[in-house]
Ligand binder design. Structure first.
Ligand SMILES: Nc1nc2c(ncn2[C@@H]2O[C@H](COP(=O)(O)OP(=O)(O)OP(=O)(O)O)[C@@H](O)[C@H]2O)c(=O)[nH]1
Ligand SMILES: [Mg+2]
Length: 267
């Protein structure tokens, strides 16, 4: 059986690559200590968890931290290309956030990955890092903070409260070991065994049509630009330009019509 694809997303510095290393069991993913550039690239790593093979996709999220920004346009193209390129489908989304402080500026990442691109068809779980000093247990963080995520419109199929670092001189060794165990269990519990696959022919127009208001607001781009960007994304992955343009135009026209209908309803 092909390895199940797991996509890890979240803002810069949240601990995505550290989680990959924790799951693989060695330092395969470079850990960043400084700002990322303007590229949106994902790298994949194989991990064996409980005897099953998983392919972990370490992504760079929409840049929303003070450290660096990834242009929305690049983020759209790259995420689209990633999901589209996964011939075996997607089984799980892991949303990685850095605790202990709650930040909701990453709600855009959640919306883009879970709602817009995966059409809520792939389970999404949250892994909160940075909890090595949490008292009485790392898990108690979730009890106190779950409600604030629900309030911000983010819900999850499961969670893990962890530290993704061993700390200086291995001080968090025990917490790290416990963390690895809980993330592995979370993955095993939550993964779709029959992966979700992007419906290649209709996905583009379905997504743009059904969610274009959200789409435009997530990307801070006008519809025409979103449509042009996705046309470009389609050509990048080998769809002939004229075909890509037709798909994009059809979707855009449908969106505009849908918008007029909605506007009329509100009158
Ligand atoms: N204290 C603490 N530090 C952590 C934890 N997880 C990661 N770090 C540190 O935070 C920094 C960023 O971690 P990364 O794993 O590179 O974060 P990332 O999400 O991959 O960042 P980008 O690749 O830039 O998107 C590194 O210096 C890590 O050692 C954690 O649980 N606790
Ligand atoms: Mg990283």
């Amino acid at each position: 059986m092909a390895p199940l694809n797991v996509i890890i997303f979240g803002e810069t510095g949240a601990g995505k690559s550290s989680i990959v290393n924790m799951l693989v069991g060695s330092e395969v993913a470079p850990i960043s200590s400084k700002a990322v550039g303007c590229t949106f690239q994902s790298t994949s790593y194989l991990a064996n968890i409980g005897g099953s093979e998983f392919k972990l996709h370490d992504t760079v999220g929409l840049g929303e931290s003070e450290k660096g920004t990834v242009p929305a346009k690049d983020a759209v193209v790259n995420l689209y290309s990633l999901i589209r390129s996964l011939d075996d489908g997607v089984s799980l989304l892991i949303y990685c956030v850095r605790g202990p402080r709650v930040k909701h500026d990453t709600v855009k990442n959640y919306t883009m990955f879970y709602e817009v691109f995966c059409q809520k068809q792939v389970p999404v779980v949250i892994v909160v890092t940075g909890l090595e000093n949490e008292e009485p247990t790392m898990e108690s963080w979730w009890v106190e903070n779950e409600a604030s995520y629900t309030k911000a419109g983010m819900s999850f199929w499961g969670h893990a409260c962890i530290t993704a670092t061993r700390g200086k001189f291995d001080v968090f060794r025990a917490e790290y070991k416990e963390s690895a165990k809980s993330v592995k269990q979370l993955i095993q519990r939550s993964c779709r065994s029959s992966p979700w696959q992007m419906e290649r022919t209709s996905w583009f127009s379905t997504v743009v049509k059904s969610t274009w208001n959200k789409f435009a607001s997530v990307f801070d781009l006008p519809l025409a630009t979103v449509s042009r960007t996705l046309t470009y994304a389609l050509t990048l992955i080998g769809i002939p330009k004229n075909e890509a343009e037709i798909v994009a135009n059809v979707a855009e026209v449908a969106c505009r019509r849908g918008d007029q209908v909605r506007a009329a309803e509100y009158k």
